[in-house]
Each structure stands twice: as C-alpha cells, then as structure tokens.
Design a protein around this ligand. Structure first.
Ligand SMILES: *Cc1c(COP(=O)(O)O)cnc(C)c1O
Length: 402
C-alpha cells in the first residue's frame, strides 16, 4: 500500500493544479449550447496571447500534441515538398519520422544528442537554396528527451538574412507556456503545443497556433495532403462561431480557462522566471552530486526538463524503478539511445522549490540504493543554497524598486 502522493517528475503529463481539476468537474453539457461560445471564444483569444501570436489563429484538436504536428504538415504542405529538419533527440526524431511517413522530401541534419538546432548547417542549406525549393524549416524548440532548448530567434534571423520564404514550424510542446516563446517576434508560422505540459491539463488536447502566412499557405492552390479530421477549413468555419466540427471535450475547456487564468494572473514573464529558477536549482543539485546533464553546455540548458547521466556502472532504469516502487516518485526514463544511461527530472508546470528539493532528495536516495557512489544530501544542499540566494536577490530588487 502506498501512502501520500506519488511525486510526478516526468516532463508531462505534469501536475494538474487543484483549481484546474475542480474547474473540470462539471456536469456534461451540450456542445451546441447557445452560451458555449462565451467560453470558447475567450479561450481562442487567450491562447493567442499565450503563444504571443497577434495574427493568425489557434486551433484546438482533441488529440495529443502529435496530432497537431500532423495537422500542421497536412494543411500547409504538399506531398513531396522539400523540408529542412534536424534530429537531436527522440522527439525531433519522431517528427522527422512523421514527415517521412507522410511523404515529404526531408533533408535531415543529425546533431549530437545534447545540442540543439544547428544554426550553421541550417544557414548553409538555406543559403544554397536560391531557388527557394525548401518549403518549410522545422525546429524542436525544447527537446524533451535530452533537456535541450534551441534558439528559434536564430533560425528566424538566418531565414531573414537570406530573404528565404520557407514556413517556420516549431514544436513547442514542452516549452510553450513554460519558457519564453514569441511567435510574432520570431516569425513562427506553425507552433505546436499540448495540454499536458506547460498548460497543466491532462493529455488529450493539442494546440496549433498559426500565422497569417501559414493560413495563406493553407489557402493557396498547391495541392495539400489528403486530410479530413484535421482539415483547417472545417475548424475555421465552426471555431469562428465558438463551436467545433465534431464533439469537443468540453470539460477541458473549463480546465483550460482555469489554467490560462493562472498563467496570466502570475504573468507569463513570471512563469518563465519561476521555471528558470526552479530548473537552475535542480541543475545545481545535479552538479552538487557530481552528475552530468545530457545538455552539452549552459547555452542548451532546458528550464523545463533535465536529462541526467547516471554514474558509470549504474543502471538508470533501476534508479527509476526504485524511485517509483520505494519512494513514490515518477522520474522520466532515458529514451532510445539514452535508455539505461539517463533519467530525467521534469520541472515544468505547477511546481515550487520544495517540490524540486523533493525530486532531488528522491533522486539521491534512489541513486544510492541503485549503487551510485554519491554523497546523500549534497544535491539538496546545493539547490537550497541557490534557491535562498535567488530569493534574496529578488527581495533586494523588490525593496530597491519601492
Ligand atoms: C511530449 C512531446 C511531444 C509529444 O506530444 P504527445 O502529446 O505525447 O503527442 C512532442 N514533442 C515534444 C517536444 C514533447 O515534449
């Protein structure tokens, strides 16, 4: 028998705040009720704020994030189109695989896992494409498998420097609403997110935020992929009225209302700052234990997930299993080639310092039980020191501002 709660330190699904959970606890309602648009039209508008997308629109599909990936491709590209992608972890790998399965002509740049989007290689490919045959450039903003965040603004700069018209696709499933993301400013044409990460909801709703340029690509007369469930036109016709072309998950809408309210009440900038502070404490803790991140340097650090190498001779899967079975903690596993070598701590969503200290404490005890030679308490102590210092600095700034 387990007591207390099982601590969820996987990078999605994340903890659903009580306020969100209670908001979803409503009687079933009519998806064609005359007052439904009063709820849904506000959600569409506020999702645009969360993506920082002042043009275009946001679609909500009843699918996990992967469905929005598919919708993005099918509605704006044609079979056989040339696209530029990079692969540096399991999620960027799966996106490449989808593009290949659907029948795009994919140029894949493989990058050492631990680094992110290869700006130089992208620039070479874009510079060499004077005929503008590359229709789209894809970037995984936050590679959840390796804990690596990529420079989307840098990709926009290189496209602009070469006046290249390719659409910019961004997978922001584990970044949007947690770390800085600026759709307008970075010229992102199609941005994908999912309900179960920064939006603090259960899995099952995907968000696809599109620019005016993406909508124009949807409407031009190039043949698009065969599609039906995910077709933009049907969504647009109904969404503009606050409705959906098929039965929507209405409970989610109440939960999403609460989660967007929480994000805006805190302020997106403060949400990002909190994620940075919590993540940095976890990173100090990892360093305090003498362990290494998969991320190859600070410029790649992800503020939503840390992928951590276990010491030589220790089985990361055993650490994760001990964490779950003895200490009621869910850690993320090492995916694909990182399996057995890595465990991951997700630090995104509805989270605070003490929860991150608990994650480190649980990691320490599980590592020790699995045979790792670490100094118990060293990680927690390093994180303590950082959190106290960060709060002291913030307090000083607050007093100075008064
Ligand atoms: C979680 C995740 C996905 C997959 O989303 P699903 O909701 O599981 O379909 C895709 N990309 C990234 C970066 C993710 O973190």
């Amino acid at each position: 028998m387990k007591h207390g709660i099982t601590q969820l330190f996987i990078p999605g699904p994340t903890n659903v705040p009580d306020r969100v959970r209670r908001a979803m606890n409503v009687l079933m309602e009519d998806q064609r009720a005359p007052d439904l648009p009063a709820l849904t039209l506000g959600l569409f508008a506020d999702l645009k704020r969360a993506f920082r997308n002042s043009s275009g629109r946001v679609f909500m599909f009843p699918s996990s994030g992967t469905g929005a990936w598919e919708a993005a491709i099918q509605n704006t590209l044609s079979p056989g189109d040339k696209v530029l992608m990079s692969r540096f972890g399991q999620f960027s790998h799966l996106w490449v695989e989808m593009a290949q399965r659907l029948g795009l002509d994919v140029t894949v740049i493989d990058v050492e896992w631990g680094k992110g989007v290869p700006l130089e290689a992208y620039e070479q490919a874009i510079a060499a494409d004077a005929a503008h045959e590359i229709r789209a450039v894809f970037v995984t903003h936050n590679e959840t498998a390796t804990g690596v965040t990529s420079d989307i603004a840098g990709v926009r700069r290189l496209l602009d420097a070469h006046s290249h018209p390719a659409l910019l696709f961004v997978d922001g499933v584990s970044s949007i609403a947690s770390i800085d993301f600026r759709q307008d400013e970075w010229g992102v044409d199609l941005a994908v997110a999912g309900s179960q990460k920064g939006f603090m909801l259960p899995a099952g709703l995907s968000f696809l935020s599109v620019s005016d340029k993406a909508l124009a690509a949807n409407e031009d007369n190039r043949p698009k992929f065969p599609r039906s469930y995910f077709i933009f036109a049907d969504q647009i016709a109904m969404n503009d009225q606050g409705y959906f072309p098929y039965t929507p998950p209405t409970q989610f809408f109440h939960g999403l209302r609460a989660s967007l309210d929480m994000l805006f009440e805190e302020g997106l900038e403060n949400v990002f700052a909190r994620h940075h502070r919590l993540a940095e404490g976890v990173r100090r803790g990892i360093a305090g234990l003498g362990l290494k991140l998969v991320a190859a340097g600070p410029e790649w650090h992800s503020d939503t997930v840390s992928a951590i190498y276990v010491p030589e001779g220790v089985d990361a899967n055993r650490v994760i299993r001990i964490g779950y079975e003895r200490y009621n903690t869910s850690f993320g596993g090492g995916l694909a080639r990182l399996n057995g070598k890595v465990f991951r701590i997700g630090h995104l969503g509805d989270l605070n310092e003490v929860m991150c200290l608990a994650a480190l404490a649980s990691a320490e005890i599980s590592l020790a039980d699995a045979g790792a030679k670490i100094a118990p308490g060293a990680g927690v102590a390093a994180a303590h020191a950082y959190y106290r210092e960060a709060h002291a600095v913030a307090e000083e700034a607050r007093v100075a501002a008064e």
